[in-house]
Design a protein around this ligand. Structure first.
Ligand code: SF4
Ligand code: SF4
Length: 371
């Protein structure tokens, strides 16, 4: 299997503010080109794109291509399990939404200390093992967002798990919060293969400051910053797939061109990324990856990732004040909550895979943007 996977969580949209408005003609063309270039792995989830990612995968991929020409992965949202029977209901819905008889890979979604407790309560590990015995899923694993000791504990208690999906990119590699390196080493120690998510950190490593762009392009003028980030993740020997959430044809063209005959980075290239990491650390603001896990249950309907993106833009000196104000106005005019509307319930913080202290960041955003 080629090492690039198509992540279906940042698809092209008709209306950028409506996450379920997937641009189907463009998405179909992207799927076709991806397969034509020899790539086969697609990654969706129950809640991506406000719940339509699985059904658009059916439309663009499953209904239009032979089942044995691609591998389809989806995930059981442990964080949505409230009562007995929920995981069975969700799985049946996923099979129906995707229009398949089996999934090639099936993951428990977003495990960490808290969601692991839910998975244990509902015996989700036993459930996915049963699905595998019944041939309804081919391989079982989980995606993970927590510290390495938690990963070690889960893998020790569940050796039946075949692979893990980890957040790995060159900025988080040595990060104390994300612990990409330590998690990767833990998975390898347990003999697991690794699927990599967020190699470009939700687009942050595509859109880097000029000083970082310069050291990257001085080495390879024709490599984009995003391609450096994907190459870093794909260079890890136990990485079987690196997911990229491609949002337009240009990104897909680029990624598939350099990942077709992928060659791992050399030591001098890795050294350049270490320098880039240090420069980025000095410039980073709110490290939100725009995954949108936090927005689903916010009782105040606060568009958290949008506010964080506008705040981060404001920190860049080249961003125009008027453009930011227009972006803000377009959110508040639509009736979304303001940062000051936050009631501190912390639902968003429990859902955030990056463990961001969202309530504190919202205060900063409020002071900086709504004065
Ligand atoms: S803490 Fe604030 S932003 Fe987070 S879910 Fe609650 S109301 Fe929404
Ligand atoms: S705040 Fe956290 S959960 Fe919300 S979009 Fe950003 S990274 Fe994702």
């Amino acid at each position: 299997m080629k090492k690039l996977g198509f992540g279906l969580m940042r698809l092209p949209l008709i209306d950028p503010e409506n996450h379920s408005s997937v641009d189907m003609p463009q998405f179909c063309k992207m799927v076709d080109l991806f397969l034509k270039r020899g790539f086969t792995y697609f990654d969706t989830a129950y809640m991506y794109h406000d719940g339509v990612s699985e059904s658009v995968a059916k439309e663009a991929l499953v209904d239009r291509h032979a089942r044995d020409s691609f591998a389809l992965t989806t995930k059981l949202p442990t964080f949505f399990l409230k009562k007995q029977g929920d995981q069975e209901r969700i799985f049946e819905e996923q099979i129906r939404r995707c229009g398949v008889e089996y999934f090639d890979y099936y993951l428990l979604h977003n495990l960490g200390e808290e969601n692991y407790k839910i998975a244990q309560k509902f015996k989700s590990f036993q459930y996915v093992s049963r699905l595998k015995e019944q041939g309804l899923v081919r391989r079982i694993g989980f995606s993970f967002h927590d510290k390495a000791p938690v990963l070690d504990r889960i893998l020790t208690e569940h050796p039946e798990i075949e692979f893990v999906q980890l957040q790995i990119n060159y900025l988080d590699w040595n990060d104390e919060g994300v612990q990409s390196r330590l998690c990767y080493e833990t998975a390898v120690r347990h003999g697991k293969k690794v699927i990599i998510m967020e190699p470009v950190k939700g687009g942050r490593l595509a859109n880097v400051p000029d000083e970082v762009k310069k050291i990257l392009s001085d080495k390879h003028a024709d490599w984009s910053p995003a391609s450096w980030a994907i190459r870093f993740a794909a260079s890890l020997p136990e990485a079987v797939v690196v997911l990229s959430g491609m949002s337009d044809m240009a990104q897909l063209e680029e990624n598939t061109s350099f990942m077709r005959d992928f060659k791992s980075l050399e030591q001098d290239e890795l050294d350049i990324l270490r320098r880039a990491e240090a420069m980025l650390r000095a410039s980073i603001s709110i490290p939100c990856t725009n995954c949108r896990y936090c927005t689903e249950g916010c009782p105040q309907n606060i568009p958290i990732p949008e506010y964080f993106a506008i705040y981060n833009e404001k920190l860049k000196s080249e961003s125009k004040e008027e453009t930011l104000k227009t972006a803000l106005r377009s959110l508040t005019d639509k009736g979304y909550g303001k940062p000051e509307d936050c009631i501190g319930c912390k639902q968003c913080e429990r859902a955030c895979p990056q463990h961001l202290v969202i309530t504190e960041y919202l205060k900063k955003v409020g002071e900086s943007l709504f004065d």
